[in-house]
Design a protein around this ligand. Structure first.
Ligand code: PLP
Length: 408
């Protein structure tokens, strides 16, 4: 057994989240702003899970990949979880040797390069395992091979876009496929050291707790043959009120039960409550037949906060703003592109009326927003800023040349 599993090194002693010290007046907009102290707070929670369980905790680059900050993240986490050759290269070059790769399918012509940049590789089907059998066997000493399973758990996701277990999901191998393959070839799992599942989107520990028995019922006998089991991401581990101690216990119990190492690959949890998108009001539209004003900002919802248009239920908080009816002055917000849908169809209220030039701070706007951002309409891409010791430090600004380079 991995000695770390039975020898947790220290108690978590969860600290309270420090308050944000961001002063939006000091930010040149538009800007994605990451607060260093808040980021480190999250990272210390994730490290405490690793320290107390011996589990491997990875930074899922698909959620956020601001590599100039990897030196901070590396102090706390073991490596990266990546989903493409580009992410794998970034993980290897800028974070370190531990790179866990998963993609729904790999391209034969890229596979050697993928292997060169990975420490672990997870395949999505037995077809892919067979296709790359030879290359995997040749690199087995250096690379640990795993398979993604689809445990077919029922989630209450309203939108299939966030549900990896949706009926027609392409992600992961279902139990009947697993059993069918083993009947066809009893040695099909030879050389496979790990199983991986990722089934949640921004969920609490109780969701993992209630899903795990079903996952174990289906795949438990295979877990026993493995060295590691990867629980994926989708847990709000660093969010206020998340039962971190409960997670630690669950991971420890699982590891002992199956004699495996658990891998966790949080994405959003790394930057929860630690990042904002700061915008400025450019204009305010008032219509006599509309019961609120519309403020036009120097960001684009379509280009910079696309998930919030895709999923109208996702919460998008604005610092200092209340809900409908909470304060007197009601607004909706629109982006600076000419797309009619470049707007956020939620009502916000403020104590004082907004005016041109005011700063608007969107909370929790880094995860999945920065990595998915575009330069649609040629709109100015927000710069990337670190808020450190009460001051902004600009990590990256975007220019006309960046826009032009992407277009041809
Ligand atoms: C395979 C896998 N691992 C990890 C993650 C990270 O999930 P989250 O950002 O919700 O923690 C995702 C997100 O889609 C994923 O698909």
């Amino acid at each position: 057994m991995n000695p770390a599993l039975s020898n947790p090194s220290r108690k978590s002693g969860m600290k309270r989240r420090p308050p944000s010290t961001l002063d939006p007046k000091k930010i040149k907009t538009p800007a994605f702003v990451i607060e260093e102290r808040l980021l480190e707070h999250n990272l210390s929670i994730l490290k405490s899970v690793a320290d107390q369980t011996g589990a491997t905790v990875l930074h899922a680059l698909k959620a956020w990949a601001t590599w100039p900050l990897f030196p901070i993240i590396k102090k706390y986490l073991d490596g990266t979880e990546v989903s493409s050759l580009n992410e794998a290269r970034l993980g290897r070059e800028e974070f370190g040797p531990e790179v866990h790769m998963y993609a729904p399918a790999y391209k034969p012509e890229e596979f050697a390069e993928v292997l060169k940049n990975s420490s672990h590789i997870i395949l999505n089907s037995f077809g892919q395992l067979r296709l790359f059998k030879r290359a995997l066997a040749d690199s087995r000493k250096k690379i640990s091979v795993g398979l993604r399973i689809n445990p077919e758990i029922k989630t209450d996701e309203k939108y299939d876009v966030w549900n990896p277990c949706a009926l027609d999901s392409r992600l992961g191998i279902r139990l009947y496929e697993f059993e069918r393959e083993l009947k066809r070839d009893p040695n099909a799992l030879n050389g496979v050291e790990g199983l991986h599942f990722h089934v949640f989107f921004e969920r609490e520990l109780k969701n993992l707790k209630s899903a795990l028995p079903m996952i174990e019922k289906h795949f438990g006998k295979y877990f026993k043959q493995m060295k590691w089991v990867n629980f994926g991401g989708g847990q709000r581990i660093t969010d206020n009120g998340y039962d971190v101690e409960g997670l630690i216990k669950l991971v420890k119990d699982f590891q002992i039960k199956y004699d495996v190492q658990v891998h966790l690959e949080p994405g959003a949890a790394i930057v929860w409550h630690a990042g904002t998108l700061v915008a400025s009001v450019l204009d305010i539209i008032e219509r006599k037949d509309v019961p609120y004003k519309v403020a036009i900002l120097d960001i684009s919802f379509e280009a910079h906060l696309a998930d919030f248009i895709l999923s109208p239920d996702l919460e998008l908080k604005i610092r200092g703003a209340g809900k409908k009816g909470e304060y007197k002055h009601a607004y909706k917000f629109g982006g600076g592109t000419c797309l009619a849908g470049d707007r956020i169809d939620r009502l916000y209220t403020f104590k004082k009326p907004l005016k041109v030039g005011d700063k608007v701070v969107f909370e929790d706007a880094i995860q999945y927003s920065l990595v998915k951002s575009t330069m649609f309409n040629g709109v100015q891409h927000p710069s990337i800023v670190l808020w450190k010791d009460g001051k902004p430090k600009t990590l990256r600004t975007f220019t006309y040349q960046d826009f032009k380079n992407r277009m041809g």
